[in-house]
Design a protein around this ligand. Structure first.
Ligand code: ATP
Ligand code: MG
Length: 755
């Protein structure tokens, strides 16, 4: 390599210029263990990148002698681009990527040592679940009580912790999966070997096993990698940690950068303890603290630091910026979710008019289902956007499944929809059965639905299949009938419940399942905004078409988890309400630790903003098809007053005689969860029934909380009015602005009784 050796020259190479002394020390301390433990935006990733350049430019290492780990493939791409730019040439042949990618690459040449061929395949989640299901069936374990996904989740956590089947203590009989998960784990690993396959967890685990059991291979790897660099170290799991520790043990040239305040993947097995233990693992390690934040203005930084200071499980750190104070963090309260989406999009447009590039704007939500409201609004206004990490709302698998049910409900001849869901959830309609249906449909020139309806009247089909398909076809006829009398969103809920689709995800104990159920509820809630099922289906197909061709400048929409490491001029943080953020589920499952992880997410969110951060919350949230009086997030209370500016549009929206919103009264208004627990409210009690596993909707008698004839009500679209007629959950309301309208009881709020 013909590289100048900067270390001999007094001249400072360009990639070191502009680094502050602490950063520069972290870059130049090439030998020995180094931990850069520092807050958001202090240049950790920049230090890591400069260090890579420094190693290459000074000839300390060849690209193939460096192991550099990033949290995502995208981050790896960015580091690659930055290094090439700084070096002025492209770099090939190095080991830069995520743990998975790197482990896969290093495992292949030695795959035989763990019973695989170098051509092994990497299974996706569907394949994994299918395998586990077969194993559960062979062990006579009821897949309904102990769903395959839940079993897989347990096995994956073991793998995250670096545990092999022989490391697992066998459980006593009875309980979940009859205590047989350890056995299933062993069988699953055997099946994977027979198939010459691996799952994601195996990539690292197998390589770790090889390193532990083959000293020659370990020595070769330890000799090869002169330098190891790891970004986002606070989110490594145990298996990743053990792997790094082994690889680094001989040379100890390992540099990890991270921030314990940004550890947000505990639920996926990350161990924040790894970063806190670094000095013990590598005695003599130099720990570099970076305190200057280069990303955000003063108010933003102060707000973030103040919130995170409420966490007990942290080391604590000082952060400062030489940037000006900038604008205080704006805290905006709004009437409801629709207004929130509208307001944020209006703000985005007005910033765009002032010259802010859309690529510098991001909207960060706590949970996936929350993207829908923004996606709809972006599309309506023609604001180009991209969803980072994960699919757009209507492209998510469970939403597509549910939409297939809806399409088939509206259009029995939709064969694609039929194929998608005839066996989802599993009904025993396999490929052979489908082929039979296809055969008949083609010859009779009818749809698959029609073919089914005709064939079940004959003896063509095997009795069991015939019975299943008869039920399937009759259910759709029944549901179609319901459309005549019930609102389509209610029918949609019935379809998803009665078909077993909701139940399939309820029984699913994997970490993804609750998010999927939330998306389904969000979908049903969204349907209610349309007059008919057709109008809704048309809307979705237009939405899908419109989103296909966004290029160039785009607003970024993402979850807080997907926002790690990124930065934008302008960041919107909507939905800061109890239940949503902090997520009630996190707190229920992990108590104080869960709350602290949520607070770290708040810290990650605020610190993504360079110049402007806008936090918003609403007084009324349509959450899973139910209106709730939302309570502002406790994190809003934790924001420091001198650094925020509160705005409200609610005052304009509420008439003085109206019931004030929860946050104005500062009292506890029953949340959806409270209502469900207490069995109150029509919609809530229906949910209880779903939770109890009874899928049918039983009409609930009206109680005094529900709007009745003569009551004053408020509807978020139509405003104030009086109930003229009440029929079960349908109301006829005279609205001051709109005249007489028919509405669903659960979409109006009773605000008083006519004197
Ligand atoms: P996070 O914790 O969010 O991952 P980080 O510590 O990795 O943040 P970087 O993303 O590396 O921080 O840097 C934040 C911003 O500050 C970037 O825009 C980076 O270019 C800039 N920056 C970092 N160090 C300096 C410096 N010495 N001079 C000027 N800008 C800097
Ligand atoms: Mg970073």
């Amino acid at each position: 390599m013909n590289q100048p050796d900067f270390s001999l020259s007094a001249e400072v190479p360009p990639y070191l210029e502009g680094l502050n002394p602490a950063q520069r020390a972290a870059v130049e301390a090439l030998d020995g263990p180094v931990l850069v433990l520092a807050g958001a935006g202090t240049g950790k990733t920049r230090v890591l990148t400069a260090r890579l350049v420094h190693l290459l430019a000074t000839g300390k290492a060849l690209p193939a002698q460096i192991l550099a780990v990033t949290f995502t493939n995208k981050a790896a791409g960015e580091v690659r681009a930055r290094v090439s730019e700084m070096l002025g040439r492209s770099v090939d042949g190095w080991f830069l990527g995520t743990f998975h990618a790197l482990a896969a690459r290093m495992l292949r040449p030695h795959a035989e040592l763990v019973g695989l061929k170098p051509t092994f395949t990497i299974l996706d989640e569907d394949d994994q679940i299918r395998l586990i299901k077969q194993l559960l069936a062979a062990e006579n374990i009821d897949d309904k009580k102990s769903p395959a996904r839940a079993v897989l989740a347990i096995i994956s956590r073991w793998k995250d912790r670096g545990l092999l089947p022989e490391d697992i203590r066998h459980e006593s009989k009875g309980g979940f999966a009859d205590g047989k998960v350890p056995k299933i784990y062993a069988l699953y690993q055997q099946r994977l070997k027979d198939l010459n396959a691996c799952d994601f967890g195996d990539l690292l685990l197998h390589h770790l096993t090889i390193l532990k059991t083959h000293p020659d291979i370990l020595a070769e790897a330890q000799n090869r990698f002169l330098y190891i660099l790891v970004d986002e170290y606070q989110d490594t799991n145990t298996a990743q940690y053990l792997w790094l520790r082994l690889l680094a043990q001989a040379r100890k040239n390992i540099c990890c950068v991270g921030d314990e305040d940004q550890s947000i993947y505990g639920w996926r097995g990350a161990e924040v303890g790894n970063i806190l233990r670094f000095e013990e693992d590598f005695p003599g390690a130099s720990v570099v603290r970076l305190e200057q934040n280069y990303r955000s203005t003063g108010h933003i930084l102060a707000a973030a630091s103040h919130v995170i200071a409420n966490n007990k499980m942290r080391l604590g750190k000082t952060l400062w910026t030489s940037a000006d104070m900038g604008e205080p963090v704006r805290v905006q309260s709004l009437w409801d979710g629709e207004e929130e989406a509208r307001w944020i999009c209006d703000e985005i447009e007005s910033y765009q008019r002032k010259g802010v590039a859309l690529s510098e704007v991001a909207v960060m939500v706590r949970a996936g289902f929350q993207t829908r409201a923004f996606e709809e609004r972006f599309i309506q206004l023609g604001i180009p956007y991209r969803v980072l990490v994960g699919a757009r709302f209507y492209e998510r698998a469970e939403v597509r499944d549910a939409m297939a049910y809806m399409r088939l409900l509206a259009l029995p001849e939709d064969d694609l929809a039929f194929e998608r869901i005839v066996n989802v959830p599993k009904r025993g309609v396999g490929p052979a059965a489908l082929q039979q249906l296809h055969g008949y449909a083609r010859s009779a020139h009818v749809s698959l639905m029609e073919a089914t309806a005709r064939l079940v009247e004959t003896d063509e089909l095997k009795p069991k299949l015939r019975q299943t398909l008869r039920r399937f076809s009759e259910s759709f006829s029944r549901w179609r009938g319901l459309l005549q009398t019930l609102p389509h969103s209610e029918v949609a809920q019935i379809v998803l419940d009665d078909s077993g689709y909701t139940g399939m995800w309820q029984a699913d104990k994997s970490p993804e399942a609750p998010g999927k159920l939330d998306n389904l509820k969000e979908l049903v809630g969204a349907m209610a905004e349309f007059d008919t099922l057709f109008a809704f289906l048309e809307h979705v197909s237009l939405v899908m078409e419109a989103t296909g061709n966004a290029e160039g400048e785009q607003v970024s929409l993402m979850t807080l988890h997907g926002a790690k490491g990124l930065e934008f001029d302008l960041v919107f943080l909507p939905g800061w309400e109890e239940e949503i953020f902090p997520s009630r589920r996190s707190i229920d499952e992990n108590g104080e630790a869960g709350l602290e992880e949520e607070r770290r997410l708040a810290y990650v969110g605020i610190t993504r903003a360079k110049r402007r951060a806008v936090i918003s919350y609403v007084a009324n949230r349509l959450l899973y098809g139910n209106w709730i009086n939302a309570i502002p997030s406790r994190f809003i209370e934790e924001l420091p007053e001198p650094h925020i500016l509160r705005h409200s549009t609610i005052g304009n929206a509420i008439n003085s005689h109206m019931r004030p919103s929860a946050f104005e009264r500062k009292e506890h208004v029953p949340s959806l969860w409270d209502q469900i627990k207490a069995g109150q409210s029509h919609s809530a009690s229906r949910q209880v029934k779903q939770i109890e596993g009874r899928a049918t909707v039983i009409p609930t008698p009206r109680n005094s909380d529900e709007p009745n004839v003569g009551d004053k009500v408020f509807h978020e679209k139509f405003g104030h009015g009086f109930v003229r007629r009440a029929d079960h959950d349908k109301l006829e309301v005279y609205f001051e602005r709109k005249g007489v309208m028919k509405v669903m009881a659960r979409f109006v709020k009773k605000v008083g009784t006519e004197a």
